[in-house]
Design a protein around this ligand. Structure first.
Ligand code: PEP
Ligand code: MG
Length: 618
């Protein structure tokens, strides 16, 4: 028998790492359930009740184990599902319908679920929309339980399993974190979807956005998930397996080398110190930040604390989270960003407002200044928590001078109110702003004297500069971090900050790209903040380069006309001048030769400029 041909599919690299393994196909049944007639409705009600009790118990157990392993924010996902399973009004309605209509429980449960989901789908509220996934999850458990089928869980997968599915729910990905050497490939999902962010946060290699490919693959197929480059390889040839084994080996060796850098400072060969900090989304990431050897937290995105809830956290809840992070970080600085609600993040928190263009809408500081009651709870929790460590407050999405002054005034009010309650606060708590709107960069000379630091948010700065939605599937080729306009804005930010002797950080994804890191240092940035997985890599880069060399490279790049020209120059020049970091670049940088979303289909009738073909070897 001849071996099947190797097939290479290109998707979105959602979470780095390589898994050489065997598929486990995972399909949620999307077909309507058949309305079977039951002979004994009372018995059906009894069976339904015990199914619900079983599911509730299983979800509560899951909540507890996730709570222990990952903390409260992730546990809330299962808690929300347990609450749906325990919904008495819903369950009594099903029981009543079983008695009246003499139909099977799973049909009626699914029928009710579809009605609720149809309503939720009309909602503009992202919190409510996320509940759709929870309802699907509970319904599929109930159907399986009523039919005596085993509930498929991702919790007990064998080593080296690659889950292939149309989509995975956050709960599935969490359950996978209990296994070893697991990865997944899904048809849908964007790079900033919950699935992608969770996979990254939990260290599960993943390729997403593969269209119809994953769901068509049965369990038991040999595959490779290359989460660095977004490659998904079906039936890899012996040569490909050998190549990837080699990559894994080299990766382990690099990991060992990077581990040795943990306690070493990030200083260039000619003596310039660069702060390498970490971005966190959840308080329980702090231990990983510390063990990665970061010199502080450069961005704590507080809005992720509110995953799966529709109200704002109380003062006590926020105080607990902020003080916990500050205490654990000890004498290392912690930059906590005030709420950046809206845009791509938790639009539901702002009520049922419909915005045709949320990225240009009522988000971040605009929302907070309009809702001072909400803002002040957060600011007071931050100020009080500042006694537990080295807090620095970061304000997102400043687009004009007045917003900064108004924010500073509110912070002073909060301080005065706390001090009136005899809460003693440190005299100076540094306040910085994110430079992520081009208008703010253009008036950076006016803003710099009013702040203690700048932090450049390149994710947004790029999208607002080149007018490309950062999540737009078809336009990712235009979302260019090396666009000469982006470089000029970064240069202008540094110039304004230098004039007032204020430090400049970069906390957007650009800081996590090794080529860009060299460029940013050369442009005069003092601090890079990226996910803790990048800490060792960034330290290695800083310790391998010279500041003078990076400056020379940056100044040449600033004179170039196109993204492509700059990128290719950086690739070649950095490899030539700093050969020590070529391996690091290879393992931590998405191959830019691979368009980001090759398999994503354009809407019907429109040819996507990036919708690629699969390539077949063999
Ligand atoms: C940014 O815009 O670069 C940033 C760090 O903020 P966020 O990605 O949370 O919008
Ligand atoms: Mg931003």
């Amino acid at each position: 028998m001849t071996a099947p041909n190797e097939e290479i599919y290109h998707g979105i690299p959602a979470s780095p790492g390589i898994i050489i393994g065997v598929t486990k196909s995972f399909a949620r049944n999307q077909d309507p359930i058949v309305p079977d007639i039951v002979d004994d409705p009372e018995l059906e009600v009894q069976t339904f009740r015990s199914a619900i009790a079983h599911i509730k118990g299983a979800l509560e157990n899951m909540t507890t184990s996730v709570l222990q392993k990952h903390g409260r924010e992730f546990a809330r996902i299962f808690d929300a599902q347990a609450m749906i399973a325990a919904d008495d009004v819903w369950n009594k309605n099903i029981e009543r319908r079983i008695m009246n209509e003499r139909l099977c429980a799973e049909y009626l449960y699914d029928d009710e679920a579809r009605k609720v989901i149809a309503k939720l789908e009309e909602s503009q509220d992202s919190y409510l929309k996320e509940r759709i996934q929870d309802i699907h999850a509970v319904t599929s458990r109930l159907v399986a339980q009523m039919r005596g089928e085993k509930h498929i869980t991702m919790k007990n997968l064998k080593d080296a399993t690659v889950v292939v599915a149309r989509y995975l729910l956050p709960g599935d990905i969490l359950a996978m974190s209990f296994g070893r050497n697991l990865g997944f490939a899904t048809g849908v999902g964007g790079p900033t979807s919950h699935a992608a962010l969770m996979a990254k946060s939990l260290g599960i290699p993943a390729v997403i956005g593969l269209g119809d490919v994953p769901e068509a693959i049965p369990s038991g197929a040999d595959v490779i998930v290359d989460g660095y480059n977004g490659h998904f390889i079906l039936n890899p040839s012996a040569n490909t397996i050998k190549k990837y084994r080699g990559i894994k080996k080299a990766q382990l060796e690099l990991k060992r080398q990077l581990a040795e850098l943990k306690a070493k400072p990030a200083v260039t060969r000619d003596g310039v110190r660069i702060a390498i900090k970490a971005n966190i989304e959840l308080p329980n990431e702090v231990s990983k930040v510390l063990s990665a050897g970061a010199t502080g937290i450069g961005l704590f995105r507080t809005e992720y604390l509110f995953l799966t809830r529709s109200d704002f956290p109380t003062f006590d809840e926020q105080y607990e989270a902020y003080s916990l992070v500050l205490r654990k970080m000890g004498d290392k600085p912690v930059v906590i960003r005030t709420f950046d609600m809206g845009g791509d993040k938790f639009p539901g928190m702002r009520g049922s407002l419909f915005e045709s263009n949320p990225f240009l809408g009522w988000r971040a500081i605009r929302f907070c200044l309009d809702r001072p009651a909400v803002f002040k709870v957060q600011l007071k929790a931050l100020l009080k928590a500042s006694r537990c460590g080295r807090l620095e407050i970061l304000i997102p999405m400043i687009s004009n001078y007045e917003e900064l002054i108004a924010t500073k005034k509110i912070i002073e009010e909060c301080r005065a109110e706390l001090e009136a309650e005899n809460v003693r606060l440190p005299k100076r708590i540094p306040i910085g702003i994110m430079l992520e709107v081009p208008s703010a960069v253009m008036i950076a000379e006016h803003l710099a004297p009013e702040v203690d630091f700048f932090s450049i948010g390149t994710n947004d700065l790029i999208q607002y500069t080149v007018a490309v939605d950062r999540d737009h599937e078809m336009l990712s080729r235009l979302y260019q971090s090396f666009h000469p306009a982006v470089l000029s804005l970064i240069k202008a930010s540094v110039k304004a900050a230098n004039r007032y002797r204020k430090p400049v950080a970069v906390c957007g994804e650009m800081a996590a790209d090794p080529l860009a890191a060299v460029l940013l240092i050369g442009l005069g940035v003092n601090e890079l903040s990226a996910s803790f997985q990048m800490t060792g890599i960034l330290k290695k880069i800083v310790r391998s380069i010279t500041y003078s060399g990076a400056r020379r490279i940056a100044s040449r790049a600033l004179a170039m006309k196109t993204h492509a020209e700059i990128e290719s120059y950086l690739k070649n020049e950095i490899a030539r001048v700093f050969p020590d970091i070529t391996t690091v670049i290879q393992f931590s940088r998405r191959s830019q030769d691979t368009p980001l979303r090759q398999n994503v289909k354009a809407p019907t009738g429109i040819e996507s400029p990036t919708s690629g073909e699969r390539s077949s070897n063999g």
